[in-house]
Design a protein around this ligand. Sequence first.
Ligand code: NAD
Ligand code: 2HG
Length: 398
Amino acid sequence: MNTTVVNKVKAIKTLNSIAESGLKVFDSHYTIDNDSENPDAIVVRSFNMHAMEFGNQLKAIARAGAGVNNIPVDKCTEQGIVVFNTPGANANAVKELVLTSLMAASRNLFDGVSWVKTLEGEGAQIPKRVEAGKKQFVGKEIKGKTLGVIGLGAIGALVANDAIELDMDVIGFDPFISVDIAWKLSRKVQRAMTMEQLFAESDYITVHVPLTEDTRGMFNEETFSLMKDDVYILNFSRGELVNETDMAAVLESGKVGKYMTDFPNENVLKMKNVIPTPHLGASTVESEENCAIMAARQVKEYLETGNIKNSVNFPNTAIPYTGKKRVTVFHKNIPNMVGKITSAISNYHLNIADMVNRSRGDLAYTIIDIDNIVDDEITLNLEQNINQIEGIVTVRMI
Ligand SMILES: NC(=O)c1ccc[n+]([C@@H]2O[C@H](COP(=O)([O-])OP(=O)(O)OC[C@H]3O[C@@H](n4cnc5c(N)ncnc54)[C@H](O)[C@@H]3O)[C@@H](O)[C@H]2O)c1
Ligand SMILES: O=C(O)CC[C@@H](O)C(=O)O
């Protein structure tokens, strides 16, 4: 059971380096306390939170980024902790790195640069050695080649559209594409009806899906066998999308020509023709600021008003905050919960000014604004009464 302490300074804990401009969103009503054992909210990037226990004051976790596989979302849902992410805030940064890698790999840029550096000390011989040696690094142009994009979300759609501008043929696969993205996608992007079709037609494949139990290991011996010989694969999503043993084998045989991954580990670094980057996709000044500001604003809004925007585990729910007493309740999505909550309120002869109820799966969230001045004693009693209703997960009085 969560008990609300009204008007205390709220503690925000960060688990990774978060851009200063984001932390500045938290004004004097907040303290950034990275040693806090029981913060009101956590802001995180890639820190693995699966082994963490959460204090009873924790109300929100904000992922300054897209992927939430480092957060135990189901456990948070059971405990009424809202998990936010920042959709699209780092998409441009990732898109630029994907296209940079695509072109650099096609032109053997990484190997060429490394080789030139070995010539240091050869003095006047260097230009001659360069001209003689460059034939090792002859590349291929991307113009007219087919790029397969798996996952047409914030990143995949940007990559697909810009690859069209680079004169590539683009084929996309996303059975869950959103209407918003479908409107933004170039008409020249062809739709693959199956992933098998995309595998069969692509010279380059880039993957932009979240890591879930459905997508884990989607690149494996069986799917590699459906691809063209010498296909280049770009993985700026998550390492676990790829079966590493199978990838090592197809790189060795030459079935896959190159593998660009943002997720190096010991196995990856042993692979032939791998181009590993140090999880750099979102590492630009602009992207880090976008993500941090968006994450911080969403947390602040939730802590101060109970309104939810961009949560991955609770429904988006918002009504304008008037500053009067607000009751927010997470509860089971079963009949008559709203009736029981509103009758607990009417027992105190309080009038309801506005309310909203949204559900997602087994849980629902209700915000109720009360049209009266409510003193601290009634606030605490009402909170306790609502908490005692069967099926309540958490209650906050704001
Ligand atoms: N390298 C980095 O630094 C970096 C940065 C940002 C995001 N990422 C990774 O990239 C992923 C995608 O980010 P985004 O912002 O584009 O997310 P997004 O949610 O906007 O897009 C994901 C898309 O994948 C689609 N999808 C889901 N399952 C699918 C499947 N089985 N087959 C085809 N499509 C499927 C969804 O419908 C959605 O359109 C993130 O989940 C994260 O893991 C990495
Ligand atoms: O925080 C980062 O640098 C990486 C973020 C990225 O993996 C994401 O999923 O948004």
